[in-house]
Structures are given as C-alpha cells and as structure tokens.
Design a protein around this ligand. Sequence first.
Ligand code: GLP
Length: 241
Amino acid sequence: MNIIIAKDYKEMSQVASQMIEDQMTKRPDAVLGLATGGTPLGTYKELINSYKEGRTDYRLLSTINLDEYVGLDPEHHQSYRYFMNQNLFQSINIDKKNTYIPFGKAEELEQECRRYEEVIDTIGPPDLQLLGIGENGHIGFNEPGTSFDSETHIVNLTDSTREANARFFESMEDVPTKAITMGIRSILKSRKIILLASGDRKADAIYQLLHGETDEDFPASSLKSHHDLTLIVDEDAYKKV
Ligand code: GLP
C-alpha cells in the first residue's frame, strides 16, 4: 500500500485529482470508478477546474459508480445519480451514456445487480477506482460482515450508516433502508485503487485499516490484498496511527 499524508482536505483532493489526470493522460478512454459522499467532492471540484483550464478531456472516458440507494428515482435530489450529475458530470464534457450507476428503481433488483456486474466486466473493470471509507469501515455500501467474495448485491443499510448519511436528507425517516452496491470482489477487480479519508471522524477507521486484522467485519481491510492501492489521507484522519 502506498500512503500519502496530505496536510488537509484541499491537499488530499489535489493529490487525488492529479492522479486521476495522470491516468487520463495515459489513457484518454480510461474507465474511472467513482464514489459519492462528502469525501470525493473536493476531488471533483479540482477535476472540474482542470477541465475548465483545458487540461483534461472526457469525450472518450467512461465512469462506473459504486452504489445507489434502492427506491430513489435518478432525479431525486438525494440519489447518487443526481449527486454525480450535479457535482461532476454536468460540468465536464463526458457523454452521459458512458456514465454507469446502478438503477435504484429497478423492479427486479436481483436482475439489476447481475446487469451491473456485467457492466463492470464489459465496460470495466476500472483503470482507477476512487473510494471513500465509512466510519465503520464500509466501502461502497458493503457493511461489516459482507463477504470478500461478494459481487454487486442488495444491502440493508445499518443504522450507523443511515445516521451518517441522514445529514443529506430532511429527516432520518427519509434515508433509504436499502442500497445496491458493487461487492468487495467487484471493487477489487479495479486495476488501481485510491482510498481517500479526511477529518477526525475517520481517524478510528484509518487506525483500524493500518493496524487491524484483515477481517470481513471491517470491509476496507479487504483492500490490503490489492496490488495497487494508494491511501491518501489528511493529517486529521491519520492522527491516531
Ligand atoms: C456512503 C457511501 C460511501 C462513502 C461513505 C463515506 O455510505 N456509500 O461510498 O465512502 O458514505 O461518506 P463520506 O465521504 O461523506 O464520509
């Protein structure tokens, strides 16, 4: 594992966006695996700036997102499709049909999971996967206890994950109880993985990642078996290590 310790959130975001740009320079038709949540927002801002300055071109690029809430329409303001449109896709020249996110309103959810895993295998796997980490070590929406052999599947969100995400919703009752997520095995198919963590809230999870056992009770520990993992962490998230 490569570890890069950034001074703060801004520097973490700049380092991550530079790595993504380098990947795009190497391969303009790269496939990027993208994440939602507060953590990658700064990275997306940096990518938008670099696009506006003419340093990047997304015409040939494809993206595959990690997860989506079950039951939310793509237009719903809390859906991850909406999040990606608002925070990245609408500000760059990517072709929307090359952006993949699970469809949370699918009638046959199991079938949607299989379809999505096929997307990962045919369009992907991502050349570079960007990841955040939950306070309980979840990646995507793979909660503690998820098998390391899992592919795209439906999950029941834990109360702690719903509480952590409630800040984006009007009330706790509005937070969906289920999601579709790429599995651990699906995520590990990526050629390169960047894991981002920022702030005090993530300090315990980063300590556990670096000092704890590899164990299904801590999903992020699965990443330690990957041959090309870079952890970009700011000083606050690294302070307990
Ligand atoms: C959600 C997402 C994850 C994300 C996590 C952490 O549960 N499904 O992909 O990594 O939250 O979010 P944040 O970056 O806001 O701390």
